[in-house]
Design a protein around this ligand. Structure first.
Ligand SMILES: [Fe+2]
Ligand SMILES: [Fe+2]
Length: 479
Protein backbone atom coordinates (compact mmCIF):
# COMPACT_ATOMS: atom_id res chain seq x y z
CA UNK A 1 0.00 0.00 0.00
CA UNK A 2 2.79 2.38 1.01
CA UNK A 3 4.75 1.33 -2.10
CA UNK A 4 1.72 2.12 -4.29
CA UNK A 5 1.19 5.50 -2.65
CA UNK A 6 4.87 6.41 -3.04
CA UNK A 7 4.80 5.32 -6.68
CA UNK A 8 1.70 7.35 -7.48
CA UNK A 9 3.26 10.42 -5.83
CA UNK A 10 6.53 9.95 -7.74
CA UNK A 11 4.56 9.57 -10.97
CA UNK A 12 2.70 12.82 -10.35
CA UNK A 13 5.91 14.65 -9.42
CA UNK A 14 7.77 13.32 -12.47
CA UNK A 15 4.89 14.24 -14.72
CA UNK A 16 4.66 17.74 -13.28
CA UNK A 17 8.40 18.35 -13.69
CA UNK A 18 8.85 16.71 -17.08
CA UNK A 19 5.66 17.76 -18.83
CA UNK A 20 4.78 21.25 -17.70
CA UNK A 21 3.14 22.10 -21.01
CA UNK A 22 0.70 19.21 -20.61
CA UNK A 23 0.09 19.93 -16.91
CA UNK A 24 -1.19 23.40 -17.83
CA UNK A 25 -4.11 21.87 -19.75
CA UNK A 26 -6.70 19.91 -17.80
CA UNK A 27 -7.84 17.90 -20.82
CA UNK A 28 -4.31 16.57 -21.41
CA UNK A 29 -3.87 15.66 -17.73
CA UNK A 30 -7.22 13.82 -17.92
CA UNK A 31 -6.02 11.96 -21.00
CA UNK A 32 -2.79 10.86 -19.29
CA UNK A 33 -4.40 9.86 -15.98
CA UNK A 34 -7.41 8.27 -17.69
CA UNK A 35 -5.14 6.25 -19.99
CA UNK A 36 -3.02 5.02 -17.05
CA UNK A 37 -6.06 4.07 -14.94
CA UNK A 38 -7.78 2.32 -17.90
CA UNK A 39 -4.61 0.35 -18.63
CA UNK A 40 -4.20 -0.69 -14.99
CA UNK A 41 -7.86 -1.75 -14.75
CA UNK A 42 -7.36 -4.09 -17.73
CA UNK A 43 -4.22 -5.55 -16.06
CA UNK A 44 -6.30 -6.14 -12.92
CA UNK A 45 -9.06 -7.80 -14.98
CA UNK A 46 -6.61 -10.16 -16.74
CA UNK A 47 -5.04 -11.11 -13.39
CA UNK A 48 -8.47 -11.76 -11.84
CA UNK A 49 -9.45 -13.97 -14.79
CA UNK A 50 -6.14 -15.82 -14.54
CA UNK A 51 -6.57 -16.32 -10.78
CA UNK A 52 -10.08 -17.63 -11.39
CA UNK A 53 -8.73 -20.09 -13.96
CA UNK A 54 -10.57 -18.54 -16.94
CA UNK A 55 -7.18 -17.72 -18.46
CA UNK A 56 -4.55 -20.45 -18.31
CA UNK A 57 -1.63 -19.53 -16.04
CA UNK A 58 0.86 -20.13 -18.84
CA UNK A 59 -0.74 -17.41 -20.99
CA UNK A 60 -1.38 -14.91 -18.16
CA UNK A 61 0.96 -12.16 -19.37
CA UNK A 62 0.20 -12.64 -23.05
CA UNK A 63 -3.33 -11.37 -22.48
CA UNK A 64 -2.10 -8.10 -20.95
CA UNK A 65 -2.27 -5.28 -23.55
CA UNK A 66 1.13 -3.89 -22.52
CA UNK A 67 1.13 -1.43 -25.46
CA UNK A 68 -2.22 0.22 -24.68
CA UNK A 69 -1.45 3.36 -22.63
CA UNK A 70 2.15 3.82 -23.91
CA UNK A 71 1.03 3.63 -27.56
CA UNK A 72 -2.00 5.85 -27.07
CA UNK A 73 -0.07 8.52 -25.17
CA UNK A 74 2.93 8.25 -27.52
CA UNK A 75 0.78 8.92 -30.58
CA UNK A 76 -1.39 11.65 -29.06
CA UNK A 77 1.08 13.45 -26.79
CA UNK A 78 4.54 12.48 -28.00
CA UNK A 79 7.12 9.84 -27.20
CA UNK A 80 8.22 11.27 -23.86
CA UNK A 81 4.69 10.96 -22.46
CA UNK A 82 4.50 7.49 -24.05
CA UNK A 83 7.73 6.53 -22.27
CA UNK A 84 6.39 7.93 -18.99
CA UNK A 85 3.28 5.75 -19.40
CA UNK A 86 5.34 2.65 -20.19
CA UNK A 87 7.37 3.10 -16.99
CA UNK A 88 4.46 3.84 -14.66
CA UNK A 89 1.97 1.23 -15.93
CA UNK A 90 4.78 -1.27 -15.34
CA UNK A 91 5.74 -0.03 -11.86
CA UNK A 92 2.18 0.43 -10.59
CA UNK A 93 0.91 -2.63 -12.47
CA UNK A 94 3.52 -4.73 -10.63
CA UNK A 95 1.33 -4.27 -7.51
CA UNK A 96 -1.50 -6.08 -9.27
CA UNK A 97 0.34 -9.29 -10.19
CA UNK A 98 1.28 -12.28 -8.00
CA UNK A 99 4.35 -11.43 -5.87
CA UNK A 100 6.45 -14.27 -7.27
CA UNK A 101 5.93 -12.92 -10.79
CA UNK A 102 6.61 -9.23 -10.28
CA UNK A 103 9.98 -9.29 -12.08
CA UNK A 104 8.54 -11.11 -15.09
CA UNK A 105 5.65 -8.65 -15.37
CA UNK A 106 7.97 -5.66 -15.03
CA UNK A 107 10.26 -6.89 -17.81
CA UNK A 108 7.45 -7.81 -20.22
CA UNK A 109 5.44 -4.62 -19.59
CA UNK A 110 8.45 -2.27 -19.79
CA UNK A 111 10.04 -3.74 -22.90
CA UNK A 112 6.73 -4.18 -24.77
CA UNK A 113 5.56 -0.69 -23.74
CA UNK A 114 8.80 0.93 -24.89
CA UNK A 115 8.67 -1.05 -28.15
CA UNK A 116 5.17 0.33 -28.73
CA UNK A 117 6.37 3.91 -28.13
CA UNK A 118 9.44 3.61 -30.34
CA UNK A 119 7.61 1.87 -33.18
CA UNK A 120 4.85 4.51 -33.24
CA UNK A 121 7.17 7.50 -33.00
CA UNK A 122 6.14 10.00 -35.73
CA UNK A 123 3.65 7.49 -37.09
CA UNK A 124 1.89 8.96 -40.14
CA UNK A 125 -0.16 6.10 -41.57
CA UNK A 126 -2.65 3.78 -39.92
CA UNK A 127 -0.89 0.78 -41.42
CA UNK A 128 2.19 1.73 -39.37
CA UNK A 129 0.11 1.16 -36.23
CA UNK A 130 -0.52 -2.43 -37.27
CA UNK A 131 3.19 -2.83 -37.97
CA UNK A 132 3.85 -1.55 -34.45
CA UNK A 133 1.34 -4.12 -33.12
CA UNK A 134 3.23 -6.91 -34.87
CA UNK A 135 6.53 -5.64 -33.39
CA UNK A 136 5.03 -5.69 -29.89
CA UNK A 137 3.68 -9.22 -30.56
CA UNK A 138 7.17 -10.42 -31.52
CA UNK A 139 8.71 -8.82 -28.45
CA UNK A 140 6.14 -10.43 -26.15
CA UNK A 141 6.63 -13.90 -27.63
CA UNK A 142 10.42 -13.47 -27.43
CA UNK A 143 10.25 -12.38 -23.79
CA UNK A 144 7.84 -15.18 -22.89
CA UNK A 145 10.32 -17.68 -24.32
CA UNK A 146 13.32 -16.07 -22.62
CA UNK A 147 11.52 -15.92 -19.27
CA UNK A 148 10.40 -19.54 -19.61
CA UNK A 149 6.71 -18.68 -19.77
CA UNK A 150 6.15 -20.71 -22.92
CA UNK A 151 8.22 -23.67 -21.79
CA UNK A 152 5.68 -26.47 -21.43
CA UNK A 153 7.91 -28.66 -19.25
CA UNK A 154 8.62 -25.95 -16.70
CA UNK A 155 4.93 -25.26 -16.25
CA UNK A 156 3.30 -28.64 -16.44
CA UNK A 157 6.25 -30.89 -15.76
CA UNK A 158 4.90 -33.14 -18.43
CA UNK A 159 7.33 -34.11 -21.18
CA UNK A 160 4.60 -35.44 -23.43
CA UNK A 161 3.03 -32.02 -23.63
CA UNK A 162 3.17 -30.64 -27.13
CA UNK A 163 5.57 -27.76 -26.88
CA UNK A 164 4.91 -26.60 -30.42
CA UNK A 165 1.20 -26.39 -29.73
CA UNK A 166 1.80 -24.27 -26.62
CA UNK A 167 4.24 -22.05 -28.47
CA UNK A 168 1.76 -21.61 -31.33
CA UNK A 169 -1.15 -20.81 -28.99
CA UNK A 170 0.98 -18.43 -26.91
CA UNK A 171 2.29 -16.66 -30.00
CA UNK A 172 -1.25 -16.40 -31.38
CA UNK A 173 -2.49 -14.84 -28.12
CA UNK A 174 0.45 -12.40 -27.96
CA UNK A 175 0.00 -11.27 -31.56
CA UNK A 176 -3.80 -11.10 -31.23
CA UNK A 177 -3.53 -8.98 -28.05
CA UNK A 178 -0.94 -6.62 -29.58
CA UNK A 179 -2.77 -6.30 -32.92
CA UNK A 180 -6.14 -5.82 -31.21
CA UNK A 181 -4.57 -3.06 -29.08
CA UNK A 182 -3.19 -1.32 -32.19
CA UNK A 183 -6.51 -1.67 -34.05
CA UNK A 184 -8.57 -0.37 -31.13
CA UNK A 185 -6.25 2.63 -30.79
CA UNK A 186 -6.41 3.25 -34.54
CA UNK A 187 -10.21 3.10 -34.48
CA UNK A 188 -10.59 5.29 -31.40
CA UNK A 189 -7.99 7.92 -32.41
CA UNK A 190 -10.51 10.22 -34.18
CA UNK A 191 -12.69 10.17 -31.05
CA UNK A 192 -9.73 10.97 -28.76
CA UNK A 193 -8.59 13.73 -31.13
CA UNK A 194 -12.06 15.26 -31.09
CA UNK A 195 -12.59 15.00 -27.33
CA UNK A 196 -9.11 16.20 -26.34
CA UNK A 197 -8.71 18.71 -29.19
CA UNK A 198 -5.55 17.08 -30.56
CA UNK A 199 -4.46 16.30 -34.10
CA UNK A 200 -2.06 13.45 -34.81
CA UNK A 201 0.28 13.23 -37.78
CA UNK A 202 -2.03 10.51 -39.15
CA UNK A 203 -4.91 13.00 -39.31
CA UNK A 204 -2.71 15.74 -40.78
CA UNK A 205 -1.71 13.38 -43.55
CA UNK A 206 -5.34 12.51 -44.21
CA UNK A 207 -6.18 16.24 -44.26
CA UNK A 208 -3.45 16.91 -46.82
CA UNK A 209 -5.67 15.54 -49.57
CA UNK A 210 -5.80 18.19 -52.31
CA UNK A 211 -9.31 17.05 -53.25
CA UNK A 212 -10.82 19.12 -50.45
CA UNK A 213 -13.73 21.20 -51.78
CA UNK A 214 -12.05 24.52 -50.90
CA UNK A 215 -8.74 23.54 -52.51
CA UNK A 216 -10.48 22.38 -55.67
CA UNK A 217 -12.33 25.69 -55.80
CA UNK A 218 -9.03 27.51 -55.31
CA UNK A 219 -7.45 25.53 -58.12
CA UNK A 220 -10.21 26.68 -60.51
CA UNK A 221 -10.91 30.21 -59.34
CA UNK A 222 -7.56 31.34 -57.93
CA UNK A 223 -4.90 29.19 -59.64
CA UNK A 224 -2.13 31.64 -58.72
CA UNK A 225 -3.03 31.44 -55.03
CA UNK A 226 -3.24 27.65 -55.30
CA UNK A 227 0.28 27.48 -56.72
CA UNK A 228 1.53 29.95 -54.10
CA UNK A 229 0.00 27.77 -51.34
CA UNK A 230 1.72 24.64 -52.69
CA UNK A 231 5.10 26.38 -52.66
CA UNK A 232 4.50 27.77 -49.13
CA UNK A 233 3.60 24.21 -48.09
CA UNK A 234 6.86 22.81 -49.48
CA UNK A 235 8.93 25.58 -47.86
CA UNK A 236 7.27 25.36 -44.45
CA UNK A 237 7.21 21.56 -44.34
CA UNK A 238 10.96 21.32 -45.01
CA UNK A 239 11.72 24.10 -42.50
CA UNK A 240 9.55 22.47 -39.82
CA UNK A 241 11.31 19.16 -40.44
CA UNK A 242 14.69 20.86 -39.96
CA UNK A 243 13.81 22.09 -36.44
CA UNK A 244 11.66 19.14 -35.35
CA UNK A 245 8.37 21.10 -35.50
CA UNK A 246 5.13 19.58 -36.79
CA UNK A 247 5.87 19.25 -40.53
CA UNK A 248 2.61 17.57 -41.67
CA UNK A 249 0.65 20.29 -39.86
CA UNK A 250 2.67 23.02 -41.60
CA UNK A 251 1.92 21.43 -44.95
CA UNK A 252 -1.85 21.25 -44.43
CA UNK A 253 -2.15 24.71 -42.84
CA UNK A 254 -0.16 26.20 -45.74
CA UNK A 255 -2.60 24.73 -48.25
CA UNK A 256 -5.44 26.62 -46.58
CA UNK A 257 -3.69 29.77 -45.29
CA UNK A 258 -4.92 32.05 -48.13
CA UNK A 259 -8.31 30.45 -48.63
CA UNK A 260 -9.91 33.86 -47.91
CA UNK A 261 -8.63 35.11 -51.28
CA UNK A 262 -11.36 33.01 -52.89
CA UNK A 263 -13.80 35.83 -52.18
CA UNK A 264 -12.01 38.30 -54.49
CA UNK A 265 -9.25 36.33 -56.27
CA UNK A 266 -8.70 38.94 -59.00
CA UNK A 267 -7.47 41.52 -56.47
CA UNK A 268 -4.38 39.47 -55.60
CA UNK A 269 -1.30 39.82 -57.74
CA UNK A 270 -0.67 36.11 -58.25
CA UNK A 271 -4.09 35.75 -59.95
CA UNK A 272 -3.73 38.79 -62.20
CA UNK A 273 -2.91 38.46 -65.88
CA UNK A 274 -0.71 40.83 -67.83
CA UNK A 275 -3.37 41.23 -70.53
CA UNK A 276 -6.19 42.12 -68.11
CA UNK A 277 -6.86 45.35 -66.25
CA UNK A 278 -5.65 45.51 -62.65
CA UNK A 279 -8.76 46.14 -60.51
CA UNK A 280 -6.63 48.20 -58.05
CA UNK A 281 -6.05 50.84 -60.77
CA UNK A 282 -9.56 52.19 -60.19
CA UNK A 283 -9.38 52.08 -56.38
CA UNK A 284 -7.82 54.35 -53.78
CA UNK A 285 -4.84 52.81 -51.90
CA UNK A 286 -6.94 52.72 -48.71
CA UNK A 287 -9.68 50.76 -50.46
CA UNK A 288 -7.14 48.37 -52.01
CA UNK A 289 -5.53 47.78 -48.62
CA UNK A 290 -8.95 47.08 -47.09
CA UNK A 291 -9.63 44.38 -49.70
CA UNK A 292 -6.20 42.80 -49.21
CA UNK A 293 -6.52 42.88 -45.40
CA UNK A 294 -10.01 41.34 -45.54
CA UNK A 295 -8.70 38.02 -46.91
CA UNK A 296 -7.64 37.01 -43.39
CA UNK A 297 -11.11 37.48 -41.92
CA UNK A 298 -12.74 35.97 -45.02
CA UNK A 299 -10.41 32.99 -44.67
CA UNK A 300 -11.36 32.45 -41.03
CA UNK A 301 -15.07 32.67 -41.94
CA UNK A 302 -14.70 30.16 -44.78
CA UNK A 303 -12.64 27.80 -42.60
CA UNK A 304 -15.24 27.90 -39.82
CA UNK A 305 -18.03 27.34 -42.35
CA UNK A 306 -16.22 24.29 -43.75
CA UNK A 307 -15.38 23.01 -40.25
CA UNK A 308 -11.63 23.03 -40.83
CA UNK A 309 -9.30 21.98 -38.00
CA UNK A 310 -8.92 24.72 -35.31
CA UNK A 311 -5.13 24.73 -35.86
CA UNK A 312 -5.72 25.64 -39.55
CA UNK A 313 -8.03 28.48 -38.49
CA UNK A 314 -5.36 29.71 -36.07
CA UNK A 315 -2.75 29.77 -38.85
CA UNK A 316 -5.13 31.67 -41.19
CA UNK A 317 -5.69 34.20 -38.41
CA UNK A 318 -1.97 34.59 -37.68
CA UNK A 319 -0.21 34.25 -41.04
CA UNK A 320 0.14 38.04 -41.55
CA UNK A 321 0.15 39.00 -37.89
CA UNK A 322 -0.53 42.73 -37.73
CA UNK A 323 2.02 43.58 -40.42
CA UNK A 324 1.80 46.53 -42.76
CA UNK A 325 0.42 46.32 -46.33
CA UNK A 326 3.47 48.29 -47.35
CA UNK A 327 2.79 48.58 -51.10
CA UNK A 328 -0.51 50.43 -50.68
CA UNK A 329 0.70 52.37 -47.64
CA UNK A 330 3.57 53.73 -49.70
CA UNK A 331 1.22 54.42 -52.62
CA UNK A 332 -1.11 56.35 -50.28
CA UNK A 333 1.81 58.39 -48.94
CA UNK A 334 2.98 59.21 -52.47
CA UNK A 335 -0.54 60.29 -53.37
CA UNK A 336 -0.73 62.46 -50.29
CA UNK A 337 2.54 64.10 -51.26
CA UNK A 338 1.12 64.91 -54.70
CA UNK A 339 -2.06 66.25 -53.08
CA UNK A 340 -0.05 68.46 -50.70
CA UNK A 341 1.72 69.98 -53.70
CA UNK A 342 -1.73 70.76 -55.13
CA UNK A 343 -2.68 72.35 -51.80
CA UNK A 344 0.40 74.54 -52.01
CA UNK A 345 -0.67 75.61 -55.48
CA UNK A 346 -4.14 76.21 -53.98
CA UNK A 347 -5.72 73.62 -56.27
CA UNK A 348 -6.97 71.53 -53.33
CA UNK A 349 -8.27 72.22 -49.86
CA UNK A 350 -6.25 70.53 -47.11
CA UNK A 351 -9.44 69.54 -45.22
CA UNK A 352 -10.68 67.55 -48.21
CA UNK A 353 -7.62 65.30 -48.30
CA UNK A 354 -8.00 61.74 -46.95
CA UNK A 355 -5.91 60.93 -43.85
CA UNK A 356 -3.13 58.37 -44.32
CA UNK A 357 -2.84 56.53 -41.04
CA UNK A 358 -0.53 53.53 -40.69
CA UNK A 359 -3.04 51.59 -38.59
CA UNK A 360 -5.48 51.54 -41.52
CA UNK A 361 -2.90 49.69 -43.60
CA UNK A 362 -2.11 47.00 -41.05
CA UNK A 363 -3.60 43.49 -40.97
CA UNK A 364 -6.05 42.93 -38.14
CA UNK A 365 -4.84 39.39 -37.33
CA UNK A 366 -2.86 38.22 -34.33
CA UNK A 367 0.88 37.63 -34.44
CA UNK A 368 2.11 34.02 -34.82
CA UNK A 369 1.90 32.22 -31.47
CA UNK A 370 3.31 28.79 -32.35
CA UNK A 371 6.48 27.63 -34.09
CA UNK A 372 4.42 26.23 -36.99
CA UNK A 373 2.47 29.47 -37.41
CA UNK A 374 5.74 31.45 -37.37
CA UNK A 375 7.28 29.20 -40.03
CA UNK A 376 4.24 29.57 -42.31
CA UNK A 377 4.21 33.35 -41.83
CA UNK A 378 7.87 33.48 -42.95
CA UNK A 379 7.44 30.96 -45.80
CA UNK A 380 4.46 32.97 -47.08
CA UNK A 381 6.43 36.22 -47.21
CA UNK A 382 9.46 34.56 -48.77
CA UNK A 383 7.46 32.78 -51.47
CA UNK A 384 5.73 36.00 -52.52
CA UNK A 385 8.98 37.96 -52.59
CA UNK A 386 10.87 35.22 -54.42
CA UNK A 387 8.67 35.85 -57.45
CA UNK A 388 10.42 39.19 -57.82
CA UNK A 389 13.85 37.58 -58.17
CA UNK A 390 15.49 37.61 -61.56
CA UNK A 391 18.21 35.12 -62.38
CA UNK A 392 18.19 33.62 -58.87
CA UNK A 393 21.56 32.55 -57.51
CA UNK A 394 22.18 30.91 -54.11
CA UNK A 395 23.64 34.22 -52.86
CA UNK A 396 20.63 36.27 -54.04
CA UNK A 397 18.20 33.77 -52.50
CA UNK A 398 20.08 33.77 -49.20
CA UNK A 399 20.13 37.59 -49.14
CA UNK A 400 16.38 37.68 -49.80
CA UNK A 401 15.62 35.16 -47.04
CA UNK A 402 17.93 36.97 -44.58
CA UNK A 403 16.41 40.37 -45.29
CA UNK A 404 12.79 39.24 -45.08
CA UNK A 405 13.24 37.37 -41.81
CA UNK A 406 15.13 40.32 -40.32
CA UNK A 407 12.29 42.65 -41.41
CA UNK A 408 9.71 40.40 -39.71
CA UNK A 409 11.75 40.30 -36.50
CA UNK A 410 12.29 44.09 -36.52
CA UNK A 411 8.55 44.63 -37.00
CA UNK A 412 7.95 42.47 -33.89
CA UNK A 413 5.92 39.92 -35.83
CA UNK A 414 7.75 36.98 -34.23
CA UNK A 415 7.65 38.34 -30.67
CA UNK A 416 4.90 35.96 -29.53
CA UNK A 417 6.32 32.95 -31.32
CA UNK A 418 8.52 30.44 -29.45
CA UNK A 419 11.11 30.14 -32.26
CA UNK A 420 14.67 30.45 -30.95
CA UNK A 421 17.52 32.20 -32.77
CA UNK A 422 19.13 28.80 -33.39
CA UNK A 423 15.92 27.51 -34.93
CA UNK A 424 15.59 30.63 -37.08
CA UNK A 425 19.09 30.00 -38.43
CA UNK A 426 18.08 26.45 -39.40
CA UNK A 427 14.84 27.74 -40.95
CA UNK A 428 16.78 30.27 -43.05
CA UNK A 429 19.07 27.50 -44.25
CA UNK A 430 16.11 25.28 -45.14
CA UNK A 431 14.22 28.07 -46.97
CA UNK A 432 17.30 28.94 -49.02
CA UNK A 433 17.88 25.31 -49.98
CA UNK A 434 14.24 24.58 -50.88
CA UNK A 435 13.84 27.84 -52.75
CA UNK A 436 17.05 27.29 -54.68
CA UNK A 437 16.04 23.81 -55.81
CA UNK A 438 12.58 25.10 -56.79
CA UNK A 439 13.77 28.20 -58.63
CA UNK A 440 16.49 26.27 -60.35
CA UNK A 441 13.86 24.08 -61.99
CA UNK A 442 11.71 27.14 -62.78
CA UNK A 443 14.30 28.88 -64.98
CA UNK A 444 13.38 28.71 -68.66
CA UNK A 445 15.91 28.12 -71.37
CA UNK A 446 16.43 31.43 -73.20
CA UNK A 447 14.46 31.73 -76.41
CA UNK A 448 16.12 33.45 -79.42
CA UNK A 449 13.83 36.53 -79.03
CA UNK A 450 14.77 36.81 -75.33
CA UNK A 451 18.19 38.09 -76.41
CA UNK A 452 19.89 35.90 -73.86
CA UNK A 453 17.73 36.76 -70.85
CA UNK A 454 16.41 33.86 -68.82
CA UNK A 455 12.86 34.61 -67.62
CA UNK A 456 10.74 33.24 -64.85
CA UNK A 457 7.30 31.72 -65.19
CA UNK A 458 4.55 33.33 -63.16
CA UNK A 459 6.56 36.47 -62.43
CA UNK A 460 4.56 39.67 -62.45
CA UNK A 461 6.79 42.08 -60.52
CA UNK A 462 10.37 42.84 -61.42
CA UNK A 463 13.20 43.68 -59.08
CA UNK A 464 16.38 42.18 -57.72
CA UNK A 465 16.89 41.69 -54.01
CA UNK A 466 18.45 44.65 -52.28
CA UNK A 467 19.03 44.61 -48.54
CA UNK A 468 17.09 47.81 -47.90
CA UNK A 469 13.63 46.50 -47.14
CA UNK A 470 12.33 47.01 -50.67
CA UNK A 471 11.09 43.44 -50.81
CA UNK A 472 8.24 44.28 -48.51
CA UNK A 473 6.77 46.57 -51.13
CA UNK A 474 6.03 43.50 -53.20
CA UNK A 475 5.45 41.10 -50.36
CA UNK A 476 2.48 42.70 -48.72
CA UNK A 477 0.73 43.44 -51.93
CA UNK A 478 0.87 39.88 -53.17
CA UNK A 479 -0.24 38.31 -49.92
FE1 LIG B 1 0.00 33.62 -48.73
FE1 LIG C 1 -2.34 35.76 -46.93
Amino acid sequence: MLYGFALALTALAMFHVGHQGICRRNTRVTLVLGGLIGHLLIVRLVMTLADAGTIQEIYRYLFVPCALAPMLHGILLGRTVGGFSAVYVSLIGALLVPTNDVMNYLIVSLVAGMTAVISTDRVRRRVQLLRAGICVGFVMVGLALVLGKLDAMSVFGDESMNRIQILATGSGIAFATALATAMIISGLLPMFEGVFNLTTDISWLELSDLNHKLLKQMQLEAPGTFHHSLVVAALSEAAAESIGANAPMCRVCSYFHDVGKLKKPGYFIENQHDDRENPHDTLTPTMSALIIIAHVKDGVDLAVKHKLNPRIIQVIQEHHGDSLVYFFYRKAQERKKEDMEKVERRLENVEDLPKVEEKNFRYQGSRPSTRESGIICLADTIESASRTLRKPTPAKIRALVEELIRAKINDGQLDGCPLTLGELALIKESFSKTLHSMMHSRIDFPKPEDKGNATRRGSSVDGDPQPDGRFSSFVDRSN
